[in-house]
Write a protein that binds this ligand. Structure first.
Ligand code: T3D
Length: 263
């Protein structure tokens, strides 16, 4: 499939989805939303794909919504942003979080507005040292969307969440890692090799087990301990019946490398 605003490459058991509008710092327009949706359909339906890598082309990861499509001319009614969140951004965040495989985000440059919060919706966020995370919404009279007001206080606490959201100050990658906003910051030159290596590794791992880890960690943010213990019991019961669990135990006991088929 050929796209105009993204690139999708499937290799080594993982899909690499690159946001590809570098002239506007990979800002989202409606076409890009549609193409990303289509690419995620491919990822969901092709069971040889066992991990997803999300990144950006050029010097940025993503500058959020394309503001060129949001200029209000004369007396024209503004675009209904509730509608665009409902139909475009919110489904995308929900989908990334629900994908039953690990989603690695390689933040190769600036991540602003919804671009920052889409990165934070991924399971593992790696960033180049030159990257910056900007909750730029306040600068244009909006509030952090795409899950920003939910995930920021959970990841970095209210003081830092409020500081980032109210000031729109850029946060460098190393500080983002220190604060627990992302998993790791690294030299720019190492980023893609590290991210691809991680996805290649995940593609050889027990996919249902990894999806279970993702689901249980997400559920923990709403659950009390009793509920979470019950959830772990139910999910472990399921995973204990999987071929990959059987293979993992057999390989351990036979002192050999496991061959997980993602089943
Ligand atoms: O549907 C809805 O609208 C609701 C959902 C909203 C979600 C949102 O994401 S709202 C927030 C939208 N995003 C922003 O407010 C960020 C805007 N961009 C910036 O603040 C800066 O560009 C950056 C801090 C990201 C990077 O700054 P810098 O100095 O490195 O680059 P630049 O010179 O500002 O940008 C380079 C080019 O990209 C420039 O175009 P030009 O002059 O070379 O032709 C600039 O206009 C373009 N660009 C950057 N961001 C956007 C953009 N074009 C359209 N939309 C953008 N968001």
């Amino acid at each position: 499939m050929t796209y105009e605003t993204i690139k999708l490459q499937v290799d080594n058991g993982f899909a690499e989805l690159t946001l590809n509008r570098p002239d506007s710092l990979n800002a989202f327009n409606t076409q890009m939303h549609g193409e990303v949706r289509d690419a995620l359909d491919t990822v969901e339906n092709d069971h040889t794909i066992r991990s997803l890598l999300l990144t950006g082309a050029g010097r940025a990861f993503c500058a959020g919504q394309d503001l060129g499509d949001r200029r209000v001319r004369g007396d024209a009614a503004p675009v209904d942003l509730g509608e665009t969140l409902d139909t475009l951004y919110n489904p995308l965040v929900r989908r990334l979080r629900a994908l039953p495989l690990p989603v690695v985000c390689a933040v190769n440059g600036v991540a602003a507005g919804a671009g920052a919060n889409l990165a934070l919706a991924c399971d593992i966020v790696l960033a180049a040292n030159s990257a910056r995370f900007i909750q730029s919404f306040a600068r244009i009279g909006l509030l952090p969307d795409s899950g920003g007001t939910w995930i920021l206080p959970r990841l970095v606490g209210n003081a830092r969440a409020a500081g980032l959201a109210l000031t729109s100050e850029p946060l460098d990658a190393a500080t983002a890692a220190d604060w627990g906003l992302i998993y790791r910051a690294m030299d720019d030159a190492e980023l893609m090799e590290t991210a691809r290596g991680m996805c290649t590794h995940f593609a050889t791992q027990p996919t249902a087990g990894l999806a279970g880890i993702k689901k249980a960690l997400q559920a923990s943010w709403q659950n009390d301990l009793d509920t979470q213990l019950d959830l772990e019991r139910d999910m472990q019961r399921e995973l204990g019946r999987s071929d990959d669990y059987r293979e993992g135990v057999a390989a351990f006991l036979e002192k050999r490398q496991p061959v997980f088929r993602g089943q």
